[in-house]
Design a protein around this ligand. Structure first.
Ligand code: AMP
Length: 486
């Protein structure tokens, strides 16, 4: 009753919340917070990234978020959309022009040269993870700050490496339970691209008046990008355009055939797309993009059927990532031949898909035990036992500031632990604990001195059970991709 005051007609009116006296600071347009409610997805992404890197032999590295603007102009190309209109740039008082990194390859290539990684055993396989910045028009799937996982392989031009990067990328999405496929193409050697550019200009010259506004600019500045346009009328024109594959030089043709053979051997699902060009200037030979492969007849096991929400544009064909070979980039930086390739995977798009498809993510080292205590006396002992469990490498969850058993058990079942341990007044006196199986509610009393042993014994049994289930899931995921290849 204290919450309500009575008005003249005797009806209670809720006490208003105190007014905010300050305007809350707001987010910068196009930026977004990674919130606790999405933490499990981001964690799954980070864990899948680490596992992929470990399995495929990539070493982690970081480059700074700020680099000289010239680095990106030289790498990505002065006529690219990124350099033309998407970089966050400023000039230092000393006059040096700096930019927030819009992509990862340029920085890694700089670091490789600057730190003499050329003297290491080649190829050098590196991976990175972090934020990137592009001043794009905010829309579904496009942010001004977004995160990428990147893989780069430097110092070796063998086609098996192109397939290895594709296999690692595929493995990453498999760990997340996301079915994907690649669209692949070859851009050939720089001279091939130049010849093809001339052929495209010739083809589009008489058709210029039918192009959309953007494409008129592309025609003048970067004709290869005409093939990227989504405008239906431009797409119609594209259907008759010359195909780069037909003009491919022998070396690139040979390289591409081998890449596809190695990709087949690694069971990487791909489709040829002769119009795939990618927006960055540094690519040579192989290029690819990764797309969500909508499961049809064979629904992957981790997707809970019948629960698909209307998603935010995730079904629309939107690239999850892209990459390719950049055999001439390091030569442009240093004069030295260093063939290389890499991939950048947009992580916001992966997280959006995981959420919209209700995919249950697998996390490592999540607490499987909850420790509930009742009252002040129990809290001290609980504190001691919880620390002992952590020292013994047992992941345990608790809410030591709370007292109510019902509330604590509700939380335990919400986070999905196998067991709850309960320490009340009676157990405190007896030197015992209650061990409750959260799946069936069965409770037993154990000796408090035997806590670690008892918990370890039970968790090992659950892990063995889990491994059996895991093996079945992984077999089914592999079956799915094999059946799609036929
Ligand atoms: P790109 O090299 O430009 O193709 O970028 C590689 C991947 O990064 C894309 O396929 C997207 O998944 C992601 N990405 C690029 N730009 C953005 C952005 N503005 N917002 C969110 N993700 C992005």
């Amino acid at each position: 009753m204290g919450m309500f005051k009575k008005n003249a007609r005797n009806t209670p009116t809720p006490k208003p919340l105190p007014k905010l006296s300050h305007k809350i600071p707001s987010l910068v347009r196009g930026m977004h917070d990674l919130l606790p409610e999405d933490e499990k997805y981001w964690r799954a992404v980070r864990e899948a990234a680490q596992k992929t890197a470990d399995r495929f032999g990539y070493i982690y590295m970081e480059t700074p978020i700020l680099e000289e603007t010239g680095l990106f102009v030289r790498a990505v190309g002065a006529t690219s959309d990124i350099v033309q209109k998407e970089m966050f740039s400023f000039t230092e008082p000393s006059g040096v022009k700096l930019s927030l990194r819009p992509e990862g390859t340029a920085g890694v290539a700089r670091a490789y040269l600057q730190h003499g990684m050329v003297t290491m055993q080649q190829p050098v396989k590196l991976w990175y993870y972090g934020p990137f910045f592009r001043h794009e028009r905010p829309q579904a799937g496009r942010y001004r700050q977004f995160h990428q996982l990147g893989l780069e392989v430097l110092g070796d031009g063998h086609p098996v490496l192109d397939a290895d990067v594709m296999a690692a990328t595929h493995f990453f999405y498999q760990q997340l339970g996301l079915p994907v496929y690649f669209e692949v193409n070859s851009l050939g050697l720089p001279q091939t691209r130049k010849n093809y550019r001339v052929a495209l200009i010739k083809y589009y010259r008489a058709k210029k008046k039918h192009l959309c506004e953007d494409c008129v600019v592309r025609y003048a500045k970067n004709p290869l990008r005409l093939l990227d346009c989504k405008n239906p009328q431009c797409q119609e024109l594209m259907a008759e355009a010359p195909v780069l594959m037909d003009a491919l030089d022998e070396e690139s043709k040979n390289h591409f055939t081998q890449v596809l053979e190695y990709a087949d051997a690694a069971n990487v699902p791909y489709r040829l797309n002769p119009f795939l060009v990618r927006g960055l200037d540094y690519y040579t030979k192989t290029v690819f993009e990764i797309f969500y492969d909508k499961p049809e007849a064979t629904e992957p096991v981790e997707i809970i059927e019948g629960q698909e929400k209307k998603d935010e544009g995730a079904d629309e064909k939107i690239a999850l990532g892209g990459g390719g070979r950049y055999d001439t980039l390091l030569k442009e930086f240093s004069g030295r031949e260093v063939p290389a390739l890499g991939v950048g995977l947009g992580l916001e798009r992966a997280v959006t898909l995981l959420k919209s498809k209700n995919i249950k993510v697998k996390l490592f080292n999540e607490p499987q035990i909850y420790f509930a205590q009742l009252g002040d006396e129990a809290r001290k002992v609980a504190m001691k036992l919880v620390q002992q469990m952590r020292q013994a490498d047992i992941a345990v969850a608790e809410r030591l500031s709370k007292d109510g058993l019902k509330q604590q058990l509700e939380y335990a079942s919400k986070i999905g632990v196998y067991y709850a341990i309960i320490l009340g007044q009676k157990e405190l006196i007896d030197g015992t604990l209650i061990l409750r199986d959260m799946e069936n509610g069965i409770q037993e009393t154990i000796n408090a001195d035997k806590l670690l042993e008892e918990v370890q014994k039970r968790l090992s049994a659950k892990a063995r059970e889990g491994l059996k289930i895991q093996a079945t899931i992984e077999n089914r995921v592999i079956d799915t991709s094999e059946s799609k290849e036929e």
